[in-house]
Design a protein around this ligand. Structure first.
Ligand SMILES: Nc1ncnc2c1ncn2[C@@H]1O[C@H](COP(=O)(O)OP(=O)(O)OP(=O)(O)O)[C@@H](O)[C@H]1O
Length: 671
């Protein structure tokens, strides 16, 4: 861009300055008559949902530069931004169209733009540089960028965002790891998007939650980027004056309608023309919000006839300010420009679709995402080392309780079966924490998947191979190694390995069910109930607490889907087969005991339990994958998603507390 020094004279206004700098202009966004509705159910019993119009007949033009969307909470800022950015479910669109440089916003165009969400969605255990590298590795096509070039790009973004001091050293931060500051976090989020060098950047409330100076530095950064030719569109809530001064174009929203759209510096004049008076030292942004909130009224002698008649005639539901804007010169200019541009240039273009094409091939995505998952596990002491330590301690505890079980009756049978029941309970209920496995990462997955980082199948496989399996099998082997020999079970190597195999399969089947629940619901509270119920029922139908032969026949089929029953039977056959137990006068063989319990101890009788556990695991995993694919990836400004972001931060804590509390609670019930 041409520098100011080259110019003949200092540009007088921001707009003129922009004209000097915009040598490579970003795209121009136009939208006309946008009406957007959401379905709202007042209560759970209501059958059909009501439609609520959250954007009403909204039209506008956003040019290269700083385009701010301002308004009070609930005015529809985020909804408008999402619709323009192609992030909102098109099923809600009742009328209107968004054009980028006079072309329909297609999936391709959407991927060339970038969207920075309000709650910075980043992997907290990685450093800023690692997060940026993750974005570069997945979003820059390997055919165009070598590994070296990707590194250069990451370094360039770090320099551009002035993150050199903390890029390598600081983690983003979780509730257990101290992280970077709010401003650094926000800059990293912006950097994740800048990696692809988008010419169109959307930001949802980029300054919310930041202190005044940090907020200003973020806006300065955006201003600098806009001067390099980008079209920057963002929603913002109550900016201070120094921030407001950086805006080129302002769109003011109220109750889902535009009440002003035009050059930011002309907004105060427009409202003064309507009869509102801005106090000499008042911040224009506060002045606008006071008007929309009804805090200040127009001076009756100054109020325009349009506003007087509009506010006099209309009920509280209607929006007189929006009516005034529709009659204003600003609105006619926009309509005139839209008319001149004509409508859709290429009607054959397919409209935006959430599933986009990806920059990198499947195997490469899998490698990068698995790498990040492993790093995340290793850096999360609560999920990795603490799990190992907990399993060893628990193994020792169980070993001490059932220390060297004798071969004399009745202890031989009672303690063995009691120990197996105890072990299977532990293996299954120990996985209660896995319900949050996906819920806590739901927002991250939705954001990254919708932004074209990776396919759903890649995320699913990375969770299975880099998280579920190692995180369940390694601790289970440690637990089994300690408990098996302390309890003095059958002294044979093959029996030990079959014991470990059974314990692992029980754990994997239980964790798969938890994963399925976790992928099916978005709320942790609901997931908790949904996973606890089948676990408890499976325990009842495990054959230990109730004799399955004496059960109501229409209920006893449930034993076929009980992880407990398969686990208990497999452990019993493995241990009892070939054993002889005695007391003073009698000899009881393991086979006699199993015949009495109707347990089939033939080789297939043993393996059918393992196959059933494997089957439950595969079916649950497949269903979990289907559920992941079915998740609504469109952006939803409902509080639910924000709740999930909070959950990403609080999730790990409950991961530790939950299994223990549930365990104790259910153990009591079991006894
Ligand atoms: N999925 C939805 N279901 C129900 N209501 C919704 C949904 N999405 C948006 N709304 C409603 O539409 C209105 C506009 O929401 P939006 O999030 O766009 O407002 P906003 O101006 O960005 O507010 P804030 O500054 O609080 O984020 C609000 O009243 C909101 O409750």
């Amino acid at each position: 861009p041409k520098s100011k020094m080259e110019g003949d004279s200092e540009p007088s206004t921001e707009a003129e300055e922009a004209a000097v700098y915009f040598q490579i202009p970003g795209p121009m966004i136009t939208f006309q008559n946008i009406s957007y509705c959401v379905s709202v159910k007042k209560n759970l019993l209501q059958r059909s949902a009501e439609e609520k119009e959250i954007l009403r007949n909204v039209s506008g033009i956003m040019k290269p530069g700083m385009n701010a969307i301002l308004g009070p909470t609930g005015s529809g800022k985020t909804s408008l931004l999402d619709v323009i950015a192609g992030r909102k479910d098109p099923r809600g669109l009742r009328s209107g169209q968004v054009l980028v440089d006079n072309q329909i916003m297609t999936s391709e165009l959407r991927l060339r733009s970038a969207y920075v969400v309000q709650d910075d969605i980043l992997m907290g255990t990685l450093t800023i540089k690692e997060n940026l590298e993750f974005s570069a590795n997945l979003r820059l096509p390997p055919r165009e960028f070598s590994a070296e070039e990707k590194k250069l790009k990451v370094n360039a973004v770090i320099r551009e965002l002035s993150l050199q001091d903390c890029a390598d050293t600081k983690h983003i931060g979780t509730e257990f790891i101290r992280g970077v500051s709010g401003g650094e976090r926000k800059r990293c989020s912006i950097g994740m998007e800048l990696i692809t060098s988008p010419s169109l950047l959307f930001l949802d409330e980029p300054t919310t939650g930041l202190d005044a100076n940090t907020a200003f530095s973020i806006i300065r950064l955006l201003h600098r980027l806009s001067r390099n030719g980008k079209t920057i569109i963002f929603s913002i809530h109550q900016p201070r004056y120094s921030i407001f001064r950086q805006f080129d174009h302002l769109t003011l929203m109220n109750k889902g309608e535009i009440i002003f759209a035009g050059p930011a510096e002309k907004a105060v004049g427009y409202f003064e023309g309507l009869g509102y008076k801005c106090e000499p030292f008042n911040n224009p942004a506060d002045f606008f919000l006071d008007i929309t909130n009804g805090e200040i009224a127009p001076c009756t002698d100054m109020a325009t006839p349009g506003l007087q008649s509009a506010s006099g005639m209309l009920s509280g539901d209607k929006n007189p300010l929006a009516l005034c804007y529709k009659e204003s010169e600003f609105c006619s200019q926009v309509e005139e420009q839209l008319k001149q541009m004509g409508q859709v240039a290429d009607p054959s273009a397919t409209p935006v679709h959430i599933r986009a094409s990806y920059a990198t091939p499947f195997h490469y995505q899998l490698m990068v995402v698995c790498g990040r998952t492993v790093k995340n596990i290793l850096r999360n002491p609560q999920t990795s080392y603490a799990q190992l330590a907990l399993n060893i301690v628990f193994g020792i505890l169980v070993g001490l309780i059932y220390y060297q079980i004798p071969n004399t009756i009745p202890e031989a049978l009672q303690n063995r079966i009691g120990a197996f029941f105890f072990l299977v309970i532990n293996m299954i209920f120990g996985n209660l924490s896995a319900v949050e496995l996906f819920i806590s990462e739901r927002v991250l997955f939705i954001h990254e998947n919708a932004s074209g980082y990776y396919r759903t199948s890649v995320y699913f496989l990375s969770k299975v191979f880099a998280d579920l399996i190692p995180n369940r099998i390694v601790p289970v082997f440690l637990f089994s190694g300690v408990s098996y020999y302390m309890m003095g079970l059958k002294n044979a190597t093959d029996a030990f390995f079959l014991y470990c195999l059974t314990m692992s399969l029980v754990s994997l089947a239980a964790v798969s069910l938890a994963f399925l629940v976790s992928a099916s619901v978005g709320s942790f509270a609901v997931a908790n109930v949904l996973i606890a119920l089948p676990y408890v029922f499976m325990m009842v139908f495990g054959g230990f607490l109730v004799n399955l032969n004496s059960m109501l026949s229409w209920l006893s089929w449930l034993k076929w889907i009980s992880i407990f029953r398969y686990g208990l039977d497999a452990l019993t056959i493995n241990e009892m087969k070939g054993q002889v137990f005695t007391n003073n006068y009698t000899i009881v063989t393991g086979e006699m005991y199993m015949t009495q319990q109707s347990i089939d101890y033939s080789p297939w009788g043993f393996w059918q339990n393992e196959v059933a556990l494997l089957g439950i695991m595969i079916v649950c995993m497949l269903m979990a994958y289907v559920q992941l694919r079915r998740i609504n990836k469109w952006k939803n400004s409902n509080p639910q998603q924000k709740q999930n972001v909070k959950h990403m931060k609080t999730g790990l804590q409950s991961q530790m507390c939950l299994p223990l509390s549930w365990y104790v609670q259910h153990l009591r019930q079991g006894r």
